[in-house]
Write a protein that binds this ligand. Structure first.
Ligand code: PRP
Length: 174
């Protein structure tokens, strides 16, 4: 099968992740530590690159959620599958996503993690499918806005395929 067509190249991703890391490091320069919470599975590569380029103290956590589905259609309801390991009360939390599509996942996470009384909570996503939004969420740090296409690579999959492609590609499901 042919490789997915390139939407965002490795070079473009590298440049943008460097810019985001610089901005985040600047914005949090006066706090003791931030807690990066990566949303599994899709964020694992973005989180790894972003975290290594920050110049501020950081602690890494992961969380996993799953969407309830009716057949192949997502209902919008989100369920917690795996929680963070340490309390986040009083911490500066940055949720790290690979993509915001309908917005339901990030909305759920902001609400759920926000109720634990962190010192602050912000969001960072590599990609945003602007026109797919069903629920508005505040995105504090955004890599790229994309159209309504199925994207893979750099952590994102199509039926578990192509997660480890080094670039963001577009696939056309049959
Ligand atoms: C993707 C992505 C986000 C969520 C965004 O995860 O990683 O967490 O969907 O969609 P939403 O804005 O419509 O809620 P997915 O369910 O594909 O799981 P995965 O990250 O494990 O591949």
């Amino acid at each position: 099968m042919a490789s997915p067509k390139t939407l965002i190249s490795e070079e473009e991703i590298r440049t943008r992740v460097n810019e985001l890391a610089a901005q985040i490091s600047k914005d949090y320069s006066d706090v003791d530590e931030i807690v990066l919470i990566g949303v599994l599975k899709g964020s694992f590569i973005f989180l790894a690159d972003l975290a290594r380029r920050l110049s501020i103290p950081r602690h890494i956590e992961f969380i996993a959620v799953s969407s309830y589905e009716h057949g192949s259609v997502r209902s919008g309801a989100v369920r917690l599958v795996m929680d963070v390991r340490r309390p986040i009360e009083g911490k500066h939390v940055l949720i790290v996503e690979d993509i915001v599509d309908t917005g339901h996942t990030l909305h759920y996470l902001i609400d759920m993690l926000g109720s634990r009384e962190p010192a602050s909570i912000r969001t960072c996503t590599l990609l945003h499918k602007e026109h797919a939004t069903e629920v508005d969420v505040d995105i504090d740090y955004l890599g790229f806005t994309i159209g309504d296409e199925w994207v893979v690579g750099y952590g994102l999959d199509f039926d578990e395929k192509d997660r480890t492609l080094p670039y963001i590609g577009v696939v056309t499901p049959d």
